[in-house]
Design a binder for this molecule. Structure first.
Ligand code: UD1
Length: 415
């Protein structure tokens, strides 16, 4: 099993290029099911979640190949409707095949999706929306069996603005008969990016980036070439690492307009964040505690709550972090405590009292973003830190250790 080993880092310095967004690429790959023509995605990050999605698509007859850093997908010979097995069970994003398979083939069978162990993560909103469009579902042991005689447009209200449900319904609606309205749609930038790809494929979508999306179904979509947006979560993680080590780093490709809440909170902490033509520069000397509440976009992203907590462990004063999106997203807390952090959890809130120093320890990456948080903490801790179970981290970061090493951090990946 691979792990990261690290010593306390000097202030990070230099430049690093931000990878393309995992959360944008995964639904875009599902779009290969919507067309018989070739979909070409450029600059696709090498992540285990991307490999998992490629394997699922391969299993239903989509031809997937990688070349020059990009990915070519062709759904001409789609011959299966089953997204089952280990990849589907491990990966939450496997549910994104449900809408596309239903609208293209009229049936789908899917293992209940997995992903990080950060809460119950139901898929009721996906099923409710697709039912309103004419799908029927049978839930069996560990899987969902779906059928339709043809999806049609519908007016759908999402009880909560779910990212995945918005994406699933959006993809299904592009080929459904008539007009679909998705109200209280999630507004995450990855959804807007997906909608732009779908439009390039010939879909008729209006309201991109807003909480009401309107889609007029078309008879067929065609192929397209598209470059997914930069990964705002990877960018945010590296920005927080730069600040936590009191460094000076330029994140090439980071987009200020997708990181508004993160930039605001980092500035409130005392970091300097400036937009330059190439990306975002972060500098920090002293850091003070702040209160943070995770919310749907444009609120503070739940995916950066754990790394932010790790930074606040050594900020001056007390911080309160409140998690509103997932009910079990403080998995990093016991691990951070092993390193000397002072954190008390009260329901959905965690009270972090800043300490003078953390100390190295052997800690486990319990999920993707908690893992990133432990790496950040390890960079600021006295002595040696080992982060185990980094397969979770590698689901979402192409080479976190490599990026940090390029900025001067003494971190290595060992098998
Ligand atoms: C996506 C992101 C993930 C991020 C999350 C929130 C991808 C591949 N993953 O996950 O990194 O942390 O958005 O920004 O893009 N919910 C329901 N019923 C449903 C669906 C969701 O109750 O049918 C609830 C969830 O339990 C959760 C909330 O809605 O409490 C948000 O979940 P959702 O936005 O769907 O997250 P994902 O799409 O799974």
């Amino acid at each position: 099993m691979a792990q990261y080993g690290m010593e306390k880092s000097p202030p990070l310095r230099g430049e690093v290029r931000v990878q393309r967004s995992k959360n944008a690429v995964l639904p875009m790959m599902a779009c290969a099911v919507l067309t018989r023509e070739v979909l070409e995605l450029t600059d696709v990050p090498r992540l285990t979640d991307v490999d998992g999605m490629a394997a699922l698509l391969g299993g239903i007859g989509v031809q997937v190949s990688r070349a020059r850093g990009g990915m070519r997908l062709c759904g001409e010979n789609l011959d299966g409707c089953r997204a089952e097995g280990i990849y589907a069970e491990r990966m939450r994003a496997s549910v994104l095949l449900l809408g596309p398979l239903l609208v293209r083939l009229g049936r789908a069978r899917l293992s209940f999706p997995g992903g990080c162990a950060i809460g119950s993560r139901p898929i009721d909103l996906h099923l409710k929306g697709l039912s309103a469009m004419g799908a029927r579902f049978a839930l069996q042991e560990g899987c969902v069996e779906a059928r339709t005689d043809g999806l049609h447009g519908a007016v759908i209200y999402l009880d909560v603005p779910s990212v995945g449900a918005t994406e699933n319904l959006l993809m299904a609606a592009t080929l459904a008969k008539g007009v679909t309205v998705i109200d209280n749609a999630a507004k995450e930038p990855e959804i807007a990016d997906l909608a732009r790809l779908l439009r390039r494929m010939g879909a008729k979508i209006s309201g991109i980036g807003q909480s009401r999306l309107t889609v007029e179904g078309v008879p067929a979509l065609h192929g397209a070439r598209f470059t997914p947006m930069p990964d705002r979560i990877e960018a945010g993680t590296l920005m927080l690492c730069a600040a936590a080590t009191r460094g000076d780093v330029l994140l090439r490709g980071a987009q200020a307009d997708t990181l508004g809440a993160v930039i605001a909170k980092m500035r409130e902490c005392g970091a300097q964040v400036t937009a330059e033509s190439a990306g975002l520069r972060v500098r920090a000397e002293r850091l003070q505690g702040v209160d943070v509440e995770t919310l749907a976009y444009p609120g503070f992203p739940t995916d950066l709550q754990a790394p932010m907590m790790a930074l606040l462990c050594r900020a001056e004063g007390t911080s309160i972090l409140t998690e509103h999106i997932f009910e079990n997203r403080f998995l990093q807390v016991p691990q951070l405590r092993k390193m000397g952090a002072s954190i008390a959890v009260r329901g959905r809130s965690a009270v972090v009292r800043g300490v003078e120093s953390l100390h190295g320890a052997r800690v486990s990456a319990t999920d993707l973003r908690a893992g990133a948080a432990l790496v950040l903490a390890g960079l600021t801790a006295e002595g040696h830190t080992t982060v185990t179970e980094i397969s979770h981290i590698e689901r979402g970061y192409v080479d976190l250790a490599g990026a940090l090493r390029a900025l001067g951090a003494p971190i290595v990946r060992v098998e």
